[in-house]
Ligand binder design. Structure first.
Ligand code: ADP
Ligand code: G6P
Length: 731
């Protein structure tokens, strides 16, 4: 039996290669993604697909492949002509600034996009060729957004998850991206897309709805036939490993040496990958302001800023380097002496053990990104000081700010505020022992192992749900469906969600003429019903052939083939109108593009033409208020696709199906079709005793409630047309 394996894909492998005279040299890659995945790998081994960080000529591929394979790494080599476009350009000059809300730094370059696509394609090729049926595939970060959909295009049906380590910007910002559709479509190839914070997950869902016209679902979004769960799962670290490193010789030496060098001084530490999103300039300005405004701290405090060089081929990073160098020089020039510099600036990568020693020495960690998906340094500082406590001054614009309520949150753009926070925290600890313990608790519980286990658990569950053993509807060939051709008394119950009937309340829309024709044809051979939420009048106007049976307003009344309307529930909406009209009118006023429709026995607020984000929030609010208002009244409130509906108790398509099955108990073949939101109760209503002569079919997505599915109305109509032809030939 195949052991389920885990495949991880990220732009970077854990090591980056450099070609030297003596051959290839490997150095650890930098950044939160690699750090966290290395922690995961200690407890949950996986095969890691990634780029080794440089151009490797074809002649060296085999040797390096073999070498990296020993460490579970599968290199994806990138053509020399694509490196600039993929890495520098589209990843780091388009998506990185845009996703961090820095539209003024964002460059839109078509050449970069072509390379980005080509590299994502190369990843898809490599993974599709090596994935085994039981494998789970986990794609990481903004450099590989297209990969999930490209894997699907290659026929990969394995569970695919996507984790975005960066923020996801507000839809207004995201919409500036010229390639906004393919990037979203790419990510939506995954079964699960997760982010570090709810805010980013919500932005992503809104972008999918606005840009692609996807539908919100309970847990994520639906786009075409594919459901994607969207979640917030903040990444973690490995606190045990950090505690262990803290006891290492290297860490203890670092701590001891800092304690000697800066004896009697307060130590503030900053540790960052060198990036404009990290707010290093803002931090230095605030530190300068501290020395300026609070002179008592001059010569009594040192800021040790470690910044590991990153992306130095990108011009924004080169400019930043000059700016930081100048600022450090200015502060040290103004407030330093020949024997003391207030800013110690280390523009280097430092080993994790030394960093731990540094965290242990620091009274205050000053972390001031202007935007950051999470910021692992904040978590590392807390873990390193679990025993002794400390003070964390943290930008409110980081994902970590959502998880570490004990931190002193600041706005890094507000230099005065950060300087004042520093002065205050230098005077007395800014974080109480209790607050610090609560942060330690978060870091100890939300570890990298827990994070990966939680992500993979959700992925397997989501993928399992969407991979029910349902087949595409094929009426001619499937065993049960094949019975249709021979059936003498077939019964067809068609939910209106699936028939793509026009939006409630929209006067101009009409059903697809092909559907109307086909229903007439079907009704010549089978008892055919449209089971609908629409009013009887509307249905009669659309389906003029009296041989087509109609059920109106979720079982309020039925018009049997060739018959007249028979009511099942005596109801009127006039008393309902008295109860809810002021509230519904208020929501129409506050939600432009929405409308109210009263039916014979209920009411509907629909918002198909409204701005989706606002309308969905309003719908949630209205649902709550209506439930409150109608407590004790004989009505139920339902959330539909773009509707909130009030119905008299007991009205549901489920009851309609139960009744029709009783009435047509001698039917020898049954087809029930519905869409997965509004018509699901129809499939559920079919009792076990009917199973051997029933085909249920859902549209849009595979659901456990239906035995077959179709992707679109056209596909369904093609199948039904085939059936009509078979019946014609028979008669
Ligand atoms: P990002 O993902 O943007 O790089 P994070 O703060 O989430 O930011 O992660 C950075 C990781 O890199 C942390 O694990 C941190 O310890 C490490 N790191 C940051 N600065 C340095 C440095 N100067 N030398 C070595 N490692 C560093
Ligand atoms: C951040 C990103 C990573 C990226 C790293 C280094 O941590 O989230 O995806 O790998 O920065 O950036 P680089 O451009 O050197 O890969």
């Amino acid at each position: 039996m195949q052991t389920p394996g885990l495949i991880v894909a990220s732009a970077r492998l854990p090591v980056s290669l450099t070609q030297r005279d003596a051959g290839w040299e490997a150095a650890p890659s930098l950044g939160g993604l690699v750090t966290a995945l290395l922690w995961v790998a200690r407890r949950r081994p996986f095969t890691w697909f990634g780029w080794p960080g440089t151009y490797v000529p074809d002649s060296d591929h085999a040797q390096l492949r073999a070498e990296l394979d020993k460490h579970g790494s599968k290199p994806v080599f990138i053509r020399q002509t694509d490196i600039e476009g993929f890495h520098q350009s589209f990843s780091n000059q388009t998506l990185w600034p845009l996703f961090h809300g820095r539209i003024e730094r964002t460059r839109f370059d078509a050449g970069g996009w072509h390379s980005y696509r080509a590299v994502n394609d190369a990843f898809a090729e490599a993974i599709a060729a090596s994935a085994q049926p039981a494998d789970v595939i986990w794609v990481h970060d903004f450099q590989l957004t297209l990969l999930p959909a490209l894997l699907r295009q290659r026929g990969v049906t394995n569970p695919v998850g996507f984790f975005m380590h960066t923020p996801f910007p507000a839809p207004e910002t995201y919409r500036a991206l010229p390639q906004r559709e393919p990037v979203l479509e790419g990510m939506l190839g995954a079964d699960l897309v997760a982010f570090n914070a709810h805010e980013y997950a919500a932005n992503f869902r809104s972008a999918a709805v606005r840009v692609l016209g996807a539908e919100f679902t309970h847990e994520g979004v639906r786009f075409g036939a594919r459901q994607t769960r969207v979640a917030a799962l903040p990444i973690g670290i490995d606190p045990e490993k950090i505690a262990e490193m803290g006891e290492s010789r290297e860490a203890r030496q670092e701590l001891a040496s800092l304690q000697v060098t800066y004896a009697g001084l307060k130590i503030i530490v900053g540790v960052d990958r060198f990036d404009y999103t990290k707010g290093i300039v803002e931090k230095l300005r605030a530190f300068e302001q501290l020395l300026e405004t609070y002179p008592r701290w001059r010569h009594r405090v040192v800021l040790i800023q470690v910044a590991a060089p990153s992306r130095m081929t990108v011009s924004d990073y080169q400019h930043l380097k000059r700016e930081v160098d100048e600022l450090v020089g200015r502060i040290n020039g103004r407030y330093g002496t020949s024997s003391f510099m207030p800013v110690v600036y280390v523009n280097q990568s430092v080993s994790p053990a030394r960093l731990t020693g540094l965290y242990r020495a620091a009274d205050i960690a000053l972390i001031t990104p202007v935007r950051d998906g999470m910021n692992l340094v904040a978590l590392e500082y807390v873990a390193a000081r679990a025993e002794r406590g400390g003070t964390l001054i943290l930008s409110e614009f980081t994902g970590a700010a959502h998880c570490l309520p004990g931190a002193r949150l600041v706005n890094p753009y507000n230099t005065d505020e950060v300087a004042a926070a520093l002065a205050e925290c230098l005077e007395r600890p800014g974080t109480s022992p209790e607050q610090f313990r609560s942060m330690v608790r978060f870091v100890s519980e939300n570890t990298a192992t827990w994070w990966s286990g939680h992500f993979l658990g959700q992925l397997e569950q989501t993928a399992g749900e969407s991979r029910h053993p349902t087949a595409r509807l094929r009426l001619g060939t499937m065993p049960l469906a094949g019975m249709a051709h021979k059936a003498r008394r077939p019964l067809l119950l068609l939910g209106d969600g699936l028939l793509h009937l026009p939006a409630p309340g929209s006067a101009e829309g009409r059903p697809d003429p092909r559907l109307v024709r086909l229903l007439t044809d079907l009704a010549s051979f089978a008892t055919t019903y449209v089971v609908s939420g629409h009013t009887g009048e509307t249905l009669e106007e659309w389906f003029t052939d009296p041989r087509v049976g109609l059920v109106s307003e979720h079982n309020l009344a039925t018009r049997p083939p060739g018959g007249t309307w028979q009511p099942h529930v005596l109801a009127s909406s006039s008393s309902l109108k008295d109860l809810v009209d002021p509230l519904l009118r208020e929501f129409v006023r506050l939600t432009p593009g929405s409308a109210v429709e009263y039916r014979a026995a209920g009411a509907l607020w629909h918002f198909r033409s409204a701005e989706p984000d606002h309308a969905h929030l309003q719908a949630r609010e209205l649902l709550m208020l209506l439930e409150e208002q109608l407590k004790g009244q004989p009505y139920t409130v339902h959330r539909g696709k773009r509707t909130v509906e009030i119905r008299p108790e007991g009205l549901s398509k489920r009851h309609a199906v139960t009744r029709l099955l009783d009435q047509y108990a001698d039917a020898d073949w049954l087809l029930v079709v519905g869409d997965e939101t509004t018509d699901e109760p129809m499939c559920e209503a079919v009792p076990a005793s009917w199973r051997d002569r029933t085909v249920t079919c859902a549209m849009g997505a595979q659901t456990p409630l239906a035995t077959t599915w179709v992707e679109s109305l056209t596909e369904l109509l093609d199948e039904l047309e085939g059936l009509v032809q078979a019946w014609r030939r028979r008669s």
